[in-house]
Ligand binder design. Structure first.
Ligand code: GLN
Length: 231
């Protein structure tokens, strides 16, 4: 039997730096995903021990049952549904391309011919970039962290980065040295994931808690905390 979740501690894998969903502030892991999973735990009576593993590493840890669940701005995709079970979606997302703020040479995918772009290994941004790479004649280099991806564009090692648009928008609003020049590409919404057929009580409890947080206004409060216009 699966048992309940009450009083239990679950190990949750996440990405390293994926603001505003997970990032460190004064050494503490914070962000929408962190607040959500902790608030759901409080609501449902379970505790979480979060491991900041990196996106691809978190997915691998989930596959090998080294973590009970993953919350990492992780998109619900048909391919992933073959190996993981997802919660109800909690945030809409998709992909966008960004270039260095002072780069006027790249204004569309056509300008990527013969160039190298970066994306996160195992992420939707990488899948999307690879899906159009041949058509536009560019090379895709996979990196493990969004921060490293952005740095490589700013230093000129790559001409563009493909990442989730809410994350790019958040960074750009904080003057991270990038800008977007192409349209958003709709993608999968974010969901909390468990290994297929495992931790069914945790998954049910996440969905139950999420519904409660949506009903009592706490979900909106968490989003506002990170996304509301500061003015
Ligand atoms: N949403 C994207 C995906 O699931 C990227 C997630 C991430 O980089 N943390 O592939």
């Amino acid at each position: 039997a699966d048992g309940g979740v009450e009083g239990k501690t679950f190990v949750i894998g996440t990405d390293t730096t994926f603001a505003p969903f997970e990032f460190r502030q004064d050494g503490e892991l914070t962000g929408i995903d962190m607040d959500l999973v902790r608030a759901i735990g409080d609501e449902e009576g379970f505790s979480v021990e979060v491991r900041s593993l990196g996106f691809n590493a978190a997915l691998q840890a989930l596959t090998s049952n080294q973590v009970d669940g993953v919350i990492a701005g992780m998109s619900i995709t048909d391919e992933r549904k073959e190996v993981y079970d997802f919660s109800e979606p909690y945030f809409e997302s998709g992909i966008q391309m960004a270039v260095a703020k002072d780069d006027d040479a790249i204004t569309g995918y056509e300008d990527l011919k013969g160039k190298t772009v970066v994306a996160k290994t195992g992420a939707e941004g990488e899948t999307y970039a690879k899906s159009i790479a041949k058509k536009y004649g560019f090379k895709v280099k996979g990196l493990d962290q969004s921060a490293t991806m952005y740095e490589s564009v700013k230093s000129g090692n790559a001409v563009a980065v493909f990442d989730d648009y809410p994350v790019l928008a958040y960074g750009i609003a904080q003057n991270n040295g990038l800008k977007t020049v192409t349209d958003k590409v709709p993608g999968g919404s974010y969901g909390f994931a468990v290994n297929k057929g495992k931790n069914t009580a945790l998954l049910a409890s996440f969905n139950d808690g999420l519904a409660k947080l949506k009903a009592n206004g706490e979900y909106d409060k968490i989003l506002d905390k990170y996304l509301a216009d500061p003015t």
